[in-house]
Design a binder for this molecule. Structure first.
Ligand SMILES: [Mg+2]
Length: 206
């Protein structure tokens, strides 16, 4: 099967590591829950451009390159790679792809068929920057199973007949938000659970 996998916070503990780095450098104490609620409303950050730049700065750091993959990621992806085509589908900008590739080269070399970055382009009709959605990319690649920690990314895929898996929902969302997620989206809290769900989907397909 063709399996699409988000990168940040599915394969790596990116927000956690980003916040440790940010807090250390700015003498702040921002926790994950606060960050998920307020995102761009961080001290020192006034605009979306500054926020993006902050993340781009983080991708170049030692802390980013030293991130340890989430628990069981390596062994499970190695197993899945024997039977399936694995594609990374990430919202990371292509501008910082050398940092993404370096991390993958060091930790998960040879596992992925490809790494697809969401392309941003200038939409002259709307007079603003736009991009393909992850659903657009999944359709283009013929993805059958898509794993992401973002509810909105998955919601765009369920209507495309793609089996969707929401990773670690309790870490990133509160109960109210989770109650609105349709039951067609499978919720898992570990890579062991992802492995089981993929096995089940495989059996159903056979
Ligand atoms: Mg993510």
């Amino acid at each position: 099967m063709n399996i699409g996998i988000d990168f940040d916070d599915v394969i790596t503990p990116s927000i956690e590591t980003f916040l440790e780095w940010y807090n250390k450098n700015n003498n702040t104490n921002i926790h994950m829950k606060h960050y998920m609620e307020y995102k761009t409303q961080m001290p020192h950050i006034k605009t979306l451009e500054e926020y993006c730049q902050l993340w781009w700065d983080f991708y170049a750091t030692e802390e980013h390159h030293a991130m340890i993959p989430k628990e069981n990621v390596i062994e499970i992806l190695q197993k899945l790679n024997k039977k399936h085509d694995l594609h990374i589908i990430t919202s990371r900008d292509e501008k910082i792809q050398k940092h993404t590739y370096k991390w993958i080269e060091n930790n998960l070399k040879g596992i992925f068929k490809e790494i697809v970055h969401i392309e941003y382009f200038y939409d002259e009709n709307k007079n603003e920057y736009s991009h393909l959605t992850k659903a657009d990319i999944c359709k283009k690649l013929g993805i059958q199973i898509f794993i992401d920690d973002s509810i909105s990314n998955l919601l765009s895929c369920v209507n495309e007949n793609i089996k969707c898996i929401l990773f670690q929902p309790n870490t990133f969302y509160d109960k109210e938000e989770l109650s609105k997620v349709p039951s067609t989206i499978i919720k898992v809290n570990s890579w062991k659970e992802i492995e089981k769900e993929i096995e089940k989907l495989e059996k159903n397909q056979a």
